[in-house]
Design a protein around this ligand. Structure first.
Ligand code: ADP
Ligand code: MG
Length: 377
């Protein structure tokens, strides 16, 4: 059953009437462009057909009361928002960034097919779905870029994860059959068609990261320090010859972080060009190079991610594999010839199981459009 139908059915069971509002917002994979977003660089994500659905109805008071499978029910008052812990913080953060004073209460249910904490951005899917729920309730016109900016503020300034804008932007603005090249300096978006005859396969290592925020925020700080060391406002403004001839006194770590970001921006632009040219082999080679740089220069891979990438690369039909998203654990992706998908999945799982003690989960995904109001009738 689709998550839309499941959410509608759960709502009916719980509230005894049909949900007047059903919205969805997708998770995403990042094809290439790891950690470039908060360096004002280029990213190339695609929204996927794994999504978070909210079925809701308005309340006459200012309470938001929501249940979500596998989480305790939550309830808060828009009239007195306070920081706390748990998943409600994502909803509160969105209400806060949208201006809670002007928002009505609602109640409903959430159903999601985005794996949690797996680098597929379930948090952005939840934020953007929440923003669309509020926008629909108040009859506001839906501006996906503005909604992404507010959802991102919720994650950074309310929840406290200093992530970039990519996840929320692609969840709000995704396009079917396309990845989107985003310039994170000015949020310009350019669609890039996913080549025919290949599929994107998600390779879930079965590991989940801990201390996410501290690792992630540490990389952010290191990039800011590297930019200062090289004398640029942002690593976006640096060129490879400068990285090859660094100023005296700059640390080895700063040079490696800069080398990754500068190279990754070049690879990301080249990858978008390869998609436009319908050249999956070139796209694949760039994605595999990105993994090596994320592993060696940026140091955000993990033994499990490296193992599943290696297992994938040795399997039939694989054009490329790389970790995706922030790293440290969670998922990698592979670009695979469509005709070889079944044997690719079987082979990769077998190899990975032989290399690690973790249980992998592999599935294909399609490029999907961004957040939308759904009709369930
Ligand atoms: P990722 O975004 O990579 O999946 P995060 O750690 O950023 O990982 O976000 C995961 C957190 O987001 C969960 O622990 C939970 O607090 C919240 N979350 C995401 N999806 C849901 C959902 N469907 N229902 C409730 N909370 C959710
Ligand atoms: Mg997240």
């Amino acid at each position: 059953m689709s998550p839309e139908l499941e959410a509608a059915a759960l709502f009916l069971e719980r509230f005894g009437s049909k949900a007047p509002i059903v919205v969805q917002a997708p998770g995403r994979v990042s094809l290439i462009g790891g950690h470039t977003d908060y360096n004002e660089g280029f990213v190339l994500p695609m929204a996927i057909d794994r999504r978070t659905v909210i079925a809701a109805r308005p309340r006459t008071d200012r309470i938001v009361a929501v249940s979500s499978s596998d989480f305790p029910d939550t309830r808060f008052d828009l009239g007195s928002l306070e920081r706390g812990t748990g998943w409600a913080e994502y909803l509160k953060g969105v209400a806060w960034s949208m201006g809670a004073d002007s928002l009505p209460g609602w109640e409903g249910v959430i159903v999601s097919t985005v794996p949690l904490g797996a680098s597929l951005s379930s948090s952005a899917a939840l934020e953007v779905a929440t923003a669309l729920t509020f926008a629909t309730l108040t009859g506001q016109e839906w501006d996906p870029v503005e909604a992404a900016v507010m959802s991102s503020r919720a994650e950074v300034d309310w929840v406290g994860v200093s992530s970039g804008i990519m996840d929320q932007l692609i969840s709000a603005c995704g396009l079917a059959d396309h990845a989107v090249l985003i310039d994170c300096r000015d949020l310009t978006q350019t669609p890039a068609p996913v080549p025919s005859d290949v599929s994107v396969v998600v390779l879930d290592t079965g590991t989940r990261r801990q201390l996410t925020e501290s690792n992630y925020n540490q990389r952010r700080d290191e990039c800011a320090e590297a930019a200062r060391g090289f004398g640029v406002a942002s690593l976006r403004d640096l060129e490879m010859p400068e990285v090859d001839n660094p100023p005296h006194g700059i640390s080895d770590v700063a040079i490696r972080r800069a080398r990754h970001i500068v190279g990754e921006n070049q690879r990301t632009l080249a990858a978008a060009a390869a998609m436009h040219a319908g050249d999956p082999a070139r796209l694949g080679s760039l994605i595999s190079q990105a993994h090596i740089s994320l592993r060696d220069n940026f140091e955000v891979s993990s033994p499990a991610l490296d193992a599943i990438v290696e297992a994938a690369q040795a399997s039939p039909g694989c054009l490329a594999a790389s970790m995706t998203g922030a790293g440290f654990a969670g998922c990698a992706i592979a670009i695979v010839e469509e005709t070889a998908i079944d044997s690719f999945i079987r082979n990769t799982e077998e190899r990975y199981r032989a290399m690690t003690e973790h249980t992998p989960s592999l599935f294909t995904c399609r490029a999907a459009s961004g957040a939308s109001v759904v009709t369930t009738r």
